[in-house]
Write a protein that binds this ligand. Structure first.
Ligand SMILES: C[S@@+](CC[C@H](N)C(=O)[O-])C[C@H]1O[C@@H](n2cnc3c(N)ncnc32)[C@H](O)[C@@H]1O
Length: 370
């Protein structure tokens, strides 16, 4: 299939169909037919069109991105997170086994007296809701986030929770705390930011001497492999050749590291922390229709991976352009979109009876400040 980019180029250059027709010596009706894929121009016209717009013939045919300019992933921005409250609320339901966090607190970190906790990039405070009831009585929680939507929601949620908590609206990178903390923690933040190492170093500045730094992040490759939907082909579900190129491109272009989880203990070592160690979050979701909370958990899985709606052709084409801009070939981008759309269709058809195993493979790295 040909993905002729004529309309996109014409609009970018503020030309009407008539004006472009005059330039190329054809009628505006012909331009309209070309743009709507009713017919295609003769191959001999392609060099003329591509040289007029200053793009390659490959770009004109949608085989490589139109603009060479890389459009950075925006998941490290306030604007992005201000739109993601519902997404976050849905996806926090199946991240932890509470007993495992209890085990970390008591048997691994040996926390047996009240502590102060700073949660960096706290979102609406999901982590505080999980850990504060598990920590010794008298512990205090501070959540910090640069998204107004998240902080407002956190304040509402905690108002009547009985948890001793406060929330600060600030960018971590410019935050100047009044006090230092016994525990500085973050979950699913470093994977989204540019230069995760800098972020982690900043977190360590907020620690008291002998305080513990905890960072919980996923490794995208583990995550991409950790999915089985009964009735679908596992090997197809976990193909990520194209994704790998996208991750590499984002790493090179904006230092956004898909494998940050694997590097965190090494960064901690470089920062001079002691007794550094790493564990895996042991949560694996096994979902069967007869289970309690089936609908809620299925919804949470669907939301986490944006499998709610089948995409229109135009949306798919926009995704393909984005993926190509982030290093995938046209074929890899098409395969990936087809695979994702296949999951959407499958889950829609099997809404009442889908059975899934999902392991996110979050790594928990920690070390103490000297
Ligand atoms: C994936 S969410 C995780 C939220 C929370 N830790 C959780 O697990 O529910 C990432 C959060 O980090 C916040 N964030 C990202 N970069 C930040 C920065 N530089 N300063 C403060 N917050 C930041 C975002 O606003 C968002 O709420």
């Amino acid at each position: 299939m040909i993905h002729f980019k004529l309309a996109e180029l014409r609009k970018k250059n503020n030309l009407t169909q008539q004006e472009l027709g005059d330039i190329l010596n054809v009628s505006y009706q012909t331009i309209s037919k070309w743009e709507n894929s009713v017919v295609f121009p003769d191959i001999s016209v392609l060099p003329q069109i591509s040289s007029y717009f200053g793009v390659s013939v490959d770009a004109l045919l949608g085989l490589v991105p139109l603009g060479e300019e890389y459009s950075p992933s925006n998941s490290g921005t306030v604007e992005y997170w201000n739109q993601r409250l519902d997404y976050l609320k849905m996806t926090r339901k199946s991240m932890w086994n509470e007993d495992y966090f209890q085990f970390l607190i008591t048997a691994v970190w040996n926390i047996n007296k009240p502590i102060t906790v700073l949660d960096c990039g706290c979102g609406y405070g999901a982590l505080g809701l999980l850990i504060m009831p598990l920590l010794p009585e008298g512990s205090k929680y501070t959540g910090i986030d640069f998204s107004e939507t998240m902080i407002e929601s956190a304040k509402k949620i905690y108002r009547d929770s009985g948890i001793s908590a406060e929330f600060v609206l600030s960018d971590i990178l410019s935050y100047q705390p009044k006090e230092k903390y016994d525990m500085v923690i973050s979950q699913a933040v470093l994977r989204h930011v540019d230069d995760g190492e800098r972020f982690l170093r900043k977190m360590a500045e907020f620690l008291k001497k002998d305080g513990i730094l905890v960072s919980m992040e996923c490794n995208r490759e583990f995550e991409a492999d950790g999915l089985y939907i009964r009735g679908m082909d596992y090997s197809r579900l976990c193909q990520h050749e194209g994704l790998n190129k996208l991750w590499q491109t984002e790493l090179q272009r904006q230092n956004r590291d898909y494998s940050i989880a694997m590097k965190i203990p090494h960064y901690m070592k470089k920062m001079g922390l002691k007794n550094i160690s790493t564990r895996m979050n042991d949560r694996v979701t096994f979902l069967e229709p007869e289970q309690e909370m089936y609908d809620e958990l299925l919804e949470s899985i669907i939301k986490a991976d944006y499998w709610d709606d089948e995409k229109t052709d135009a949306e798919i084409e926009a995704d393909i352009s984005y993926f190509m801009n982030h290093g995938m070939s046209r074929k890899e981008a098409e395969d990936y979109c087809r695979q994702q759309n296949g999951i959407v269709k499958y889950l829609k058809k099997n809404r009442e009876k889908a059975a899934i195993t999902k392991a996110t493979g979050y790594m928990i790295s920690y070390g103490w400040k000297v």
